[in-house]
Design a protein around this ligand. Structure first.
Ligand code: RM4
Ligand code: MN
Length: 388
């Protein structure tokens, strides 16, 4: 298929949000490898994230994680972001690193611990007000390891009540984004294991509560684009956490394990125009770069999302629906495959050039000398990020 430049117009105002934690050192439970020049504080994380936006023109927002990104003055952090040409995106709460949360947080059996977890979100809401963030993202790590350990139903009731308290404290233009994950850190039953549970809590809360779909949080073989379609039908797809997985929650470069899946997801998005900013679907990355360089890893991930969207925009929708109506099984499939198999790299490079961006963002970053300078100047202090 030849790429008509007009077909890619849908890319014009499409953005991807990058996570602050992607720039710090991370690892597995076996080893955390350190990288010279990693950010020592949230200010330096924002500077790294701004590099990704500088060369891709596609990532003008950065998600923060509290307390990893705690600072004394959030107004100052926002001003720093403004100067760098980026905005503060979703505020992520952290319910998994406190000793009090051994038996859970928002669903904990004790009211006192639930109060503490709710209170943490009130602090996060204050940070949203100070930084201009509109999205509060909650990944609930609660769950149980053994049958009988706690009441499955009781935990849902407590969770619903805690979430209501958080929702009630938010401003009218704030959204509560509720993530799900089928396993880990607990293994018998997670309290929000799937999109259905997340959706039920969101429906009970109100229309500003929406589901976050992390592509690494499903059992192998799950049809993720089906979930995307279903949540879009209900107007409850708030955001993605994009990453790739082979086995579990691997958090690898977006589109590296299964680029075809990413394309199929984007086809569902494009079919209802949800790639446009008005849809308010927040296309976020949630990733860790354990062995690869972090800023180039983020650049590649952003570009892979862009590429998948470009291919989805190429789908000949008229030919597709004619084939579907006519019961032409292979014909319909061929229409999709034709778009997927089209090489869009040159067309995307042309678009970048026309917008004053480098044709090859990875090469432009490498040539900028930024990484060497960071390694030289960022000495002393402790690296910020996981557990900081
Ligand atoms: C969790 C979850 C959250 C992310 C943290 C760092 O597994 O995916 O979205 O904030 O990791
Ligand atoms: Mn996530």
């Amino acid at each position: 298929m030849t790429v008509r430049p007009e077909a890619l117009r849908g890319l014009d105002d499409f953005t991807v949000e990058v996570p602050s934690w992607a720039y710090g050192n991370s690892g597995t439970r076996f080893k955390v490898f350190t990288t010279p020049g990693v950010p020592r504080d949230p200010y330096e994380k924002l500077a790294d994230a701004a590099e990704v936006n500088r060369v891709t023109g596609r990532s003008p927002r950065v998600s923060l994680h509290i307390p990893w990104d705690r600072v004394d003055d959030y107004g100052k952090l926002k001003a720093h972001a403004d100067e760098l040409g980026v905005a503060i995106g979703a505020i992520n709460s952290n319910l998994f690193q406190d000793d009090d949360y051994r038996l859970g947080s928002l669903a904990h059996p004790h009211a006192g611990t639930r109060d503490k977890a709710v209170d943490h979100h009130l602090r996060c809401i204050d940070i949203m007000r100070a930084t201009g963030s509109k999205d509060l993202k909650i990944w609930l790590p609660d769950g149980i390891n053994y049958a009988g350990q706690d009441s499955l139903r009781g935990r849902q009731d407590r969770l619903a009540e805690s979430l209501e308290r958080v929702y009630a404290a938010m401003d009218d233009d704030h959204r509560l984004l509720l993530e799900y994950k089928f396993f880990e850190p607990y293994f018998y039953a997670m309290d929000i294991p799937d999109w259905g549970t997340s959706l039920l809590h969101c429906l009970a809360l109100g229309e500003r509560a929406q589901v976050v779909l992390d592509t690494g949080h499903h059992a192998p073989g799950t049809n993720i684009e089906f979930i995307v379609m279903q949540l879009l039908r209900q107007n409850r797809l708030g955001a993605f956490d994009f990453n790739s997985r082979f086995y579990a929650d691997d958090d690898l470069i977006v589109g590296s394990a299964d680029p075809f899946q990413l394309f199929r997801i984007m086809v569902e998005i494009v079919s209802v125009g949800a790639h446009r900013p008005e849809s308010r679907v927040n296309f976020m990355l949630d990733q860790c770069h354990n062995i690869e360089e972090k800023i180039p890893g983020q650049i590649r991930s952003v570009l892979n999302v862009e590429k998948a969207l470009a291919k989805a925009l190429l789908v000949d929708t008229e030919a597709l629906s004619a084939a579907q109506r006519g019961g032409d099984v292979l014909g319909a499939h061929a229409v999709l495959m034709d778009a997927y198999e089209t090489d869009v790299r040159a067309a995307l490079a042309d678009r970048r050039e026309a917008r004053g961006l480098p044709r090859d963002p990875v090469a432009a970053f490498a040539a900028s000398g930024y990484a060497a300078k960071a390694a030289e100047t960022r000495v002393g202090g402790t690296q910020a990020g996981w557990g900081a």
